[in-house]
Every structure is written in C-alpha cells, then in structure tokens.
Design a protein. Structure first.
Length: 621
C-alpha cells in the first residue's frame, strides 16, 4: 500500500493561511498599516482603487528594510517581532506571526519599494502568487511603499464573494479608524479613487476622535482616567444625551491594539443604567494599559479577541471609572432666566443698617368674644343669568327604551329589566349610538369588537406598517412630495457614513429629502418629505444612514425598503399618544388596506385577538 500523506507546497499552504488572515481588502490594509506602525513611521498614506479590488497602496516613512530583509519578509513565519515562544506573552508590537505578507503575496500581485536610511539605493521587488518575478535596485525615499494589485486574482471564488464597492470601502474605513484612533501621534491619509477621505494630522487622543467622527461629538465626550496596580484606563465616554439606537461609536483598545470585549462592554452599559432609554447605547473610546504578560492576544488570527488574567477585577475598575465620570462631569444645565425688563434684586450688604419691621395689630381683639363676621358670597351676584337658556338633558326612562308593556312582561322578580326578543335590537342600537366603535387602552392599543372576539391593535406598529407601504409606493411611483424648510438644518457625517450617504442620496431625493454638500462631511438639509413636521430631522437622517450601513444593502430595492422602514419608524405615532375615535377608525381602515396586516416589516406582531370563548371563560360562563 503506497503512502498517501504528503507535505503541501508552500504556495498552497500560503493560500490556506490567506483564507484566515486575508478575508477582504480591509484585511490587507490592516496588516500593511500595522507593519508601518511597527516600523516607526510618522506619516502613513493609504490609497485604494475600486475599494481595494484593483489596487491597494500603503506608503510609510518608517525605517525601511534591507535587500535581504525585503526578500525574506515574504516567506512564511518570517518576522522581526519575536524570537522565542516566551515572547508571545510580552508583545509590544502589532504583528508577530510572520504570516501577513506571505498570505497577501499568495493571493495578489505585489510591488515593494523600500530603503533604509543607511543605504543609498533601495530595493524593488515584484511578486505574483507567492512567486518572485523580479528584484532590482531602485531609487526611493526612506521607508516602504507596498502596492497590492488584483487581490484574489488567482482565487476567483474568493473574489466573486466580495461585497459591493460601498460595503468593502466601509470595511476599509472601519479598519483604518481602528488604527488611527490608537496612534494620534502619527499622521494618516486615506484616498479612495483619487478622493481624499481622511487627512489626519498628529495630535492628541481627543482631537483625533473629533477629526475622525466630527466636531459635534466633542461636546458629548466625558474624560475618564484611573490608574491602579492592575491596569490603567483612560479615554472618553459619551454623555447620556449622546445615546443612540444604531451605530454608536464604541471602541476598546488594550496596549495600543483594538479589541472586542462584550464583558467590558456590559460594564460600560451598566454604568448608564436608568440614565439612557432602553435599547440605546452611548459612544465610548477606552484605552487599557495592562502588563503584557497579563493578557493573551494569540487567540484568533484577527487578534481582536484578547484574554485578560484579572478580568473580573478590571470589570469592577472600569464600572467605577465610568460611573465617576458620569457623576462628576454630567453637569445639570443651568436655568437661563430672562432678566430683560425685570426689576433688579438688591444685593445684601451687612454693613448697611436695616430698620426693624413694624407690626400692625388690633389691641382690642379678643378671640373669646364672638363677633358677627361678614361672609363673602361664594358665587358672584346674578350667576343665574350665566345658565339662562340652557336646558337639561332629558332623562332616558326605561319605558322610553323598551315600552310600558314590555317592561311589565320582561321584569323578573327582583326588578331587573329583561327585554324581550322584540325589544333587544332597539337596546343594542341605543348602546351602539351612545358608545364609540373603538376603545384606546393606556394610549398604546386600539381595542375593537370583531366577530370572533376582541381585537387588540398595537397603534405604533400598525402605523409603521401603514407608513412603510405608503413610502414604498411613493418610491416606486416617484411621486413623493417635498417641502422646503425655512431654516436649513446641518447634519455632520463621518467618512464611513458619507460613503453610505452618497450611495443612497438618489433614493432619499425620491422620498423628498434635499441634502446639499457643504464639504468636509457636512450637509445642509434644505427640503424634507411632506407630512413629517415636528420630527428631529438630523436624528432621522442619521438613523436612516445608520440603518443602511448596518444592513450593508447593495440592491436598490433593499435600500428602498431600509429607508422606508427607518422613516416609517420615526414618523409613526408613538406609544402613549391619545387618539380620538376618528383617528383610531382611520388607522384600522388603513391597516386592513395593507398587504400584510399581521406583522410589521421587521416581523413584529401588529394584531392580537382575544377569542370570545376565552372572554366567557374569564367570567365563568
């Protein structure tokens, strides 16, 4: 029997490793930028074409590589970061496995130009599919210049499953943001198809956060700082009023490395218990400094899952630090009195003599001597004239409702009226005339009688379904009505949200929005759809953009559905709003004209029916 086990060629092994390390263009940028940071770069420029499909270029002014190091850097498990296994537990660099460049070279075409400061000439390398195709000296500045082209050109299945350019560019921006937030002392730029998305100068942490996510966030940041023997935590957390339902900026970093940590996230959210509405979350940017031997980053190839040795103790420290920040810096807004035209209140002067107050009393008053006291009339004189001409409502007598003979025939022994079969319809018609056809329960539910029992309708969800289908009809028919605003609102977007907004602007225009770019991610809202007066337009537009970003939709129909649902949720009548019978009647009629009366677009039930036999069972019938 022949042997069947054999070693895989390096090119195949690299492609297998690339499946874990290089998942999309954003993974390439993450690995190359982290290498530039480890090389001591002070300026890093990133340029992408077609969201990284066509090319990715990362240029840095780090220390560069020698000719030998440049060639060796593309070999698997070749690294300058560690020397022995124990180094894994005291890491001070971003990379350490030595797999990134080998994985990228296995699935793309790469050109590298690099030079060290001590060398007069640099090195130019060309690689395609793990094979070196050229190497020669070249003239280049100090540092490294990586050009990655045709990603996944030799793995067509992987290339086919890449998302749309908008989605992939958002992933690139997300990976870029996670790095630039950690290294504010490094200048970064990011260009997409020749357009500058980020130009970040060297600054401090707060300035970097504001530059990335917009100036409006600056007023909502509360500083945090705590230093213990276990760890040091610093950064910022948002005020309670900055809470939002979707896409809050939430970042954890440990030893200058981005991490995901649901357990620590719960600590932050716990600190805001009862301070923010349920379902909303605040932004935070928290940086942990922990001894390298107390954490393990070698858990997952992405290095975002990190294990802490003293997790529970750090959880308590984090919770206390956030609570202290919220309690210390969340000032109560001062009451702004309008003092114009009001009398001045004199300031007390202790040196100014104050006369004793004079008392006025009756020395003849005797509480034990009864005297006739004049009583003022409770009602003004001539009050009867106020009610002149008003009659009293006629009393409805039982004989008027049932008739004298029926009363005599239908009364039981204790005097209870039991109308006969002939008089029952008259009683029912009188009851229907006197009572409304719908009843609102606790300002949230519409209750109405149906053949099978009692129907209960969630008024907010019903209105969401009604508006959702109405907005979809407007989008498909291009018949939405726009209303100009007297004072335009200004809305600010981050670079990632700007990419999404530019994609959905045509659909938003069809809905009735008019957004004009002011540059720098700022837009003026000059028109809104008719019928949404009273809504917070800035919050509404941010919610719509966040919904599209969260779902990553790429087809126009999906974008339309997402926008229609977001607008319907914001414009629908809220829970607790009191409705009149006519308003309830309109909602019921419009709901039953929808294509789906039972569920909201997100799948939540709209209608519940309490059957007649269940009602009778409650009364022991």
């Amino acid at each position: 029997m022949s042997d069947i086990i054999q070693l895989l060629p390096d090119s195949v092994a690299n492609q297998i490793a690339a499946g874990e390390v290089i998942q999309r263009p954003a993974s390439v940028i993450k690995e190359l930028v982290e290498n530039a940071v480890d090389a001591g770069a002070r300026t890093i420029n990133v340029l992408v074409v077609d969201a990284g499909r066509t090319s990715i270029q990362v240029i840095d002014d780090g220390k560069g590589m020698s000719e030998t190091d440049a060639r060796l850097s593309f070999e698997r498990h070749a690294t300058s970061k560690i020397r022995k296994a124990d180094d894994l537990f005291s890491l001070h660099t971003m990379g350490f496995r030595g797999e990134a460049l080998a994985s990228i070279a296995a699935v793309a075409q790469i050109e590298l130009r690099t030079r060290m400061e001590s060398d007069e000439l640099g090195t130019h390398l060309s690689i395609a599919g793990s094979r070196f195709t050229g190497q020669e000296p070249c003239s280049c500045p100090v540092g490294s210049n990586f050009l990655v082209e045709n990603l996944f050109y030799n793995v067509p299945a992987r290339r086919k499953f890449l998302k749309s350019n908008t989605t992939e560019l958002n992933n690139i921006i997300t990976a870029f943001e996670r790095i630039v937030l950690v290294y504010p002392h490094i200048a970064f730029t990011l260009h997409s198809n020749g357009t500058e998305l980020f130009s970040l100068r060297a600054c401090n942490f707060r300035q970097r956060i504001v530059e990335v996510f917009g100036k409006r966030l600056n007023q909502d940041l509360l500083p945090i700082g705590v230093d213990t023997s276990l760890c040091r935590i610093h950064g910022f957390v948002g005020k309670p009023e900055s809470a939002r339902k979707k896409a809050p900026q939430q970042y954890f970093f440990v030893n200058d490395r981005y991490m995901k940590h649901p357990y620590f996230h719960k600590a932050v959210i716990t600190a805001f218990d009862r301070l923010i509405p349920q379902g909303e979350q605040v932004p935070y940017f928290l940086y942990f400094e922990v001894p390298a031997e107390n954490i393990d980053v070698n858990i997952h190839p992405t290095k975002t899952e990190i294990k802490f040795e003293n997790e529970q103790a750090i959880w308590q420290i984090l919770l206390a630090a956030v609570k202290e920040a919220v309690g210390k810096f969340n000032d109560v807004p001062a009451i702004d009195f309008d003092t114009e035209g009001k009398p001045d209140i004199p300031v007390f002067n202790p040196n100014m003599g104050m006369p004793a107050p004079k008392l006025d009393f009756n020395p003849q008053y005797n509480p034990f001597k009864q005297t006739a006291q004049s009583r003022k009339p409770v009602a003004p004189e001539g009050w009867e004239g106020l009610y002149a001409g008003l009659g009293t409502e006629p009393e409805i007598r039982q004989s008027d409702l049932f008739g004298q003979d029926d009363m005599a025939a239908g009364a039981d022994g204790d005097g209870t009226i039991v109308p006969s079969a002939a008089t029952a319809p008259a009683a029912e018609s009188m009851i229907e005339e006197k009572s409304p056809s719908h009843y609102q329960y606790k300002g949230s539910y519409i209750m109405t009688a149906v053949k099978s029992g009692l129907m209960i309708i969630d008024q907010h969800r019903a209105h969401v379904r009604i508006l959702y289908e109405e907005y979809l009809r407007q989008l498909s028919a291009h018949k939405s009505h726009s209303q100009k605003v007297l004072f335009p609102e200004m809305v600010q977007f981050s670079a990632a949200d700007t990419v999404t907004l530019e994609k959905i602007l045509p659909e938003m225009a069809e809905m009735g929005f008019q957004l004009d770019s002011l540059g720098g991610g700022s837009y003026a809202v000059n028109a809104v759809p008719a019928g949404i007066e009273g809504l917070n337009i800035v919050m509404l537009i941010n919610d719509m953009v966040a919904s599209v970003t969260e779902k990553g939709t790429g087809v126009k129909d999906e974008i339309d559905r997402t926008l229609a649902l977001s607008l319907a949720r914001n414009a629908a009548i809220p829970q607790g709003q009191v409705l009149g019978n006519t308003e309830m009647e309109n909602i019921v009629n419009e709901l039953f004209a929808c294509s789906n009366v039972n569920y909201t677009p997100s799948g939540k039930p709209v209608i519940a029916i309490m059957k007649q036999q269940d009602i009778e069972r409650l009364f022991g019938s």
